[in-house]
Write a new protein. Structure first.
Length: 440
């Protein structure tokens, strides 16, 4: 017995949910031969093509659905998503706006619109759109994280937009005097932290913040996600990474890490090099409290080391170890000669030309939007922000977990979050031993 249109659609939905996208595509095309004006089937076919990364085809298919039914918010939203994949951000934005005009409480489109504004560096509009999502669903995934990230490089016109922007504004008004030619007193740090923590308790409660790195970024996209795709997929180190050198800072206590955060925040470098402070949670890497300055080539790293060493000596009471590092730890573990930084050494590793083909193979499967790099990047703002302060709180938790009792000077009663507990569950003993080793 021949199935009805509705029964066929039900079967298609089950197959789609099971990930049978090629089969779904074929059957949807076959059904459209019988139901040529079925806007739902066109939209469904577009979804299959999107899942199969046939983005240009999905765009044509979604437009067919919209030609039949102009007020079809789901197809407009899906069309916008496919346009993003080929780097057409402005056109995608128009699609999301149209979908929201038809269906004002359409959370998926509101969130997609916010993300598109973000990529276009229209940050006030992005914050307003994310805020509209929160008004409808305060627990919508990743919205708060996206707001927190924007506030690391943008001050909104309306600081009272929501409790996050309000807390951020109040935190930025807590001042601490920083003079890189003079040692900063620990008590100044403790007082600063406690004032900020009080603001957070009164204005924004979050118990499971999921970041442990504080960045100062510039407009350069390191494209690390792509580089690791190449490495994990082929065991080849990308050519770009052969000229990526870092100044690597090793610190003794969480107090020193917070001092490094302020040094990185206030140091002026000619190229505004990317900098980050973090706690080490990887089993593959030794050490606990670290900082990095990213450099293009060993020569730039050597130049910056000369500039920053006197500042470190003036600013810190404890000794800070500064070394050169090439690329990422994972690369050196797989290819030990990659760690060598002396170009005159017989062990110094140059880029093997045969790896170009491996990089090309991976790049073919990377979405066009990532290859086009249509996202606009912005320098980080100087000074404390709510994202950084929440990161610092995770450093305090880390200190508590590994037995660094200096955490009590900041927050003796700090609770260990589920995120930090999960990230550190197999690392506590090792990191405790490494902490003791550094401080002996």
């Amino acid at each position: 017995m021949k199935l009805s249109r509705d029964d066929n659609v039900k079967q298609l939905v089950v197959e789609f949910q099971n990930g049978e996208f090629y089969k779904c595509e074929k059957e949807a095309i076959s059904l459209l031969e019988h139901y040529k004006d079925d806007y739902f089937l066109y939209n469904f076919l577009g979804l299959c093509q999107y899942k199969l990364k046939k983005f240009s085809q999905s765009i044509t298919t979604y437009k067919s659905a919209i030609n039949i039914k102009e007020d079809y918010p789901e197809a407009l939203n899906n069309l916008g998503s496919s346009l993003i994949e080929i780097g057409e951000l402005e056109e995608a934005k128009e699609c999301f706006v149209k979908a929201i005009n038809i269906k004002p409480d359409y959370l998926v489109s509101l969130n997609n619109l916010a993300g598109t504004y973000y990529d276009l560096a229209e940050y006030d509009s992005a914050l307003n759109s994310y805020n509209n999502v929160l008004k409808i669903n305060p627990k919508f995934p990743e919205v708060e994280d996206n707001i927190l990230r924007i506030l690391t490089f943008f001050d909104p016109k309306n600081s009272n937009l929501n409790n996050i922007t309000k807390a951020n504004f109040l935190l930025k008004n807590v001042k601490i005097k920083i003079n890189l030619d003079k040692k900063i007193e620990n008590n100044e740090l403790f007082d600063f932290y406690k004032k900020c923590n009080l603001i957070l308790k009164k204005n924004y409660k979050i118990n499971n913040f999921k970041l442990s790195q504080a960045w100062r970024r510039n407009k350069i996209d390191l494209n690390c996600k792509r580089h690791f795709q190449v490495f994990w997929g082929t065991n080849a180190i990308p050519k770009y990474c052969f000229e990526c050198y870092k100044l690597h800072f090793t610190l003794r206590t969480v107090t020193d890490l917070i001092k490094l955060y302020f040094l990185f925040d206030n140091i002026n470098l000619k190229n505004n090099n990317i900098r980050k402070c973090f706690v080490e949670m990887r089993s593959i890497a030794k050490g606990v409290y670290k900082g990095l300055i990213y450099c293009k080539g060993i020569e730039e790293a050597q130049e910056i080391k000369k500039i920053i060493e006197p500042k470190v000596s003036s600013f810190f009471n404890n000794k800070v170890i500064i070394k050169f590092k090439r690329g990422c730890t994972e690369f050196g573990e797989a290819h030990p000669n990659f760690k060598e930084i002396n170009k005159q050494s017989i062990n110094f590793m140059n880029y093997p030309d045969e790896w170009k083909k491996k990089e090309s193979l991976i790049d073919k499967n990377i979405p066009l939007k990532n290859r086009l790099n249509s996202k606009i990047l912005t320098d980080s703002l100087n000074g404390i922000n709510i994202n950084d302060f929440l990161t610092i709180k995770n450093w305090i938790i880390y200190a508590k977990l590994i037995g660094d009792n200096s955490y009590t000077n900041f927050d003796a009663d700090i609770e260990i979050s589920e995120f930090m507990k999960k990230e550190m569950k197999d690392q506590i003993e090792n990191k405790n031993n490494e902490f003791k080793e550094i401080n002996n």
